[in-house]
Design a protein around this ligand. Structure first.
Ligand code: HEM
Length: 144
């Protein structure tokens, strides 16, 4: 690929920054859930928008990194390799599903259709949390 950077120019700190964005997103999702359970709607609203912002930033950083650095292969062997792929495969599939799910969940909320929002959000929230947390785990297994 023409845009591939030389090894010395590869943005080495970007994966750590991306993992931090995933962790921030996970924390905001959990906070947002507790806020709505306590009927604190404004706090729920802003926590969820914050999680969406951090996950969006993560996606941009992730694509940028892999566009320049290419595929980073896992070097672990034995059972760790099995664990790595057992996490990576559902993580990748669900990460792709989260984009339309989160957008739909937000759309229902912004249109005031809270019954539908609540119904779909009960899927979106745990799946999104899974993707954010496993994103951090994958980072540590790959770069830690
Ligand atoms: C994609 C981001 C969001 C997620 C994952 C999410 C998640 C959730 C979940 C899981 C519930 C149900 C909680 C329960 O079990 O009782 C809920 C309810 C609610 N959410 Fe969100 N939410 C998001 C964004 C928003 C936004 C931006 C707003 C405000 C515009 C909002 C307003 C509400 C309200 C008012 C309820 C209560 C609905 C009811 O009890 O009838 N949410 N949300």
């Amino acid at each position: 690929m023409g845009s591939r950077l030389a090894p010395s120019q590869t943005p080495v700190h970007l994966p750590a920054f991306n993992a931090a964005l995933n962790a921030a997103s996970a924390v905001l999702l959990v906070c947002g859930y507790f806020f709505i359970r306590r009927r604190r709607r404004q706090a729920h609203h802003w926590s969820m928008l914050g999680a969406f912002f951090f996950s969006g930033l993560f996606l941009a950083g992730y694509l940028w990194f892999h566009f320049h650095a290419g595929i980073v292969r896992y070097r672990g062997r034995g059972w760790l390799r099995v664990v790595y792929f057992s996490i990576l495969i559902p993580h990748t599939i669900l990460a792709a599903a989260i984009v339309p799910l989160a957008l739909l969940t937000l759309t229902h909320a912004f249109r005031g259709r809270f019954d539908r929002h609540r119904r779909i959000a009960r899927w979106t929230l745990p799946l999104w949390l899974f993707v954010s947390v496993t994103g951090v785990v994958v980072y540590f297994m790959l770069f830690g």
